[in-house]
Write a protein that binds this ligand. Structure first.
Ligand code: OGA
Ligand code: MN
Length: 293
């Protein structure tokens, strides 16, 4: 079977056909998928109903899986469960439950795990139960948005470093949302505002909800700059909105793409998405970690 790649949006995102990712892939098929990932940043596989084992097996081709921590119901496993269904009973969780409030954070533009010392390479989200309306996921490409930044802004951000702080981003849903213990688990980290893809050399903005402020700038000025960059990056021409069907698997490159959840009626419909997350390359950002200490 030959693999075909079709663009989903003008500047990034592609659908892959002709690969059965529910079974072990040949090295040739894998090489094409990996190359498409580097090129298109978001990949959609349609009609690929994965169980947890199959999702883990395919995810491992990309690298090491992160283990979920914190208050996600699947903590301690390779899955981050995005769902309004109780993990044990399968019943709908009431909207005022802490687990649902926590998931509201997904509606802010973000890059998964950017608050970690080693941020992630990519996430793979498998649609197990999809509501009949709502619940789309939106993506914005920091790579597609980069070239059209004004030259003076490019010069400002080229060597800039942002502080990513999980507690700060959670405070945006509800101040003081995290307990002291949770805060201590995720100390703030520093990452460059612009990252370069190691395969094709393309630059991309790297920010999102966890990016709290900019090193060496007054906090409010840094926040203003981050907001301006986010507004630029999330213009419609740099976005792709994915309407889910059951059996979809979408992979996104957390190094250069932000994403956000959109609402659905959580009291009427069921939604269950299983995410695996692949660790990034610790060597890629070492230079920044060293230089800002
Ligand atoms: C995620 C995420 C958005 C969604 O899985 O990391 O942000 O629409 N999901 O479920
Ligand atoms: Mn996410």
């Amino acid at each position: 079977m030959t693999i075909t790649v079709s663009r989903l949006a003008p500047s990034f995102a592609a659908r892959i056909d002709g690969a059965d990712i529910t079974r072990p892939l040949s090295d040739a098929a894998w090489a094409e998928i990996r190359a498409a990932f580097e090129e298109h940043s978001v990949l959609l596989f349609r009609g690929q109903p994965l169980d947890d084992e199959q999702q883990i097996a395919f995810s491992r081709r990309f690298g090491n899986l992160e283990v979920t921590r914190s208050i996600n119901p699947a903590a301690g496993t390779p899955f981050a469960r995005q769902s309004n269904l109780d993990i044990t009973t399968g019943e709908v969780i009431p909207p005022d439950d802490r687990r649902m409030i926590y998931q509201l954070a997904n509606t802010f533009w973000h890059s998964d795990s950017s608050f970690k010392e080693v941020p992630s390479l990519c996430s793979l989200l498998s649609a197990r139960i999809v509501p009949p309306e709502g619940g789309a996921t939106e993506f914005a490409s920091g790579r597609a948005a980069y070239p059209s930044l004004p030259e003076d802004v490019k010069r400002r951000v080229e060597t800039a470093v942002a502080v990513h702080d999980f507690s700060w981003s959670r405070d945006q849903i509800k101040p003081g949302f995290f307990t002291e213990k949770e805060r201590a688990e995720y100390p703030p980290v520093r990452h460059p505002l612009v990252r370069t893809n190691p395969v094709n050399g393309k630059r991309a903005l790297f920010l999102g909800a966890h990016a709290s402020h900019v090193v060496g700038m007054p906090v409010e000025d840094g926040r203003t700059l981050l907001k301006q960059l986010l507004d630029h990056m999330t213009q419609p021409q740099f976005c792709y909105r994915h309407e889910w069907r059951e059996g979809d698997l979408v992979i996104w490159d957390n190094r250069c793409v932000l994403h956000r959840a959109t609402p659905f009626d959580t009291t009427r419909y069921k939604r269950l998405m299983q995410r695996t997350t692949i660790s990034g390359d610790p060597a890629e950002l070492e230079h920044v970690r060293g230089s800002v200490r």
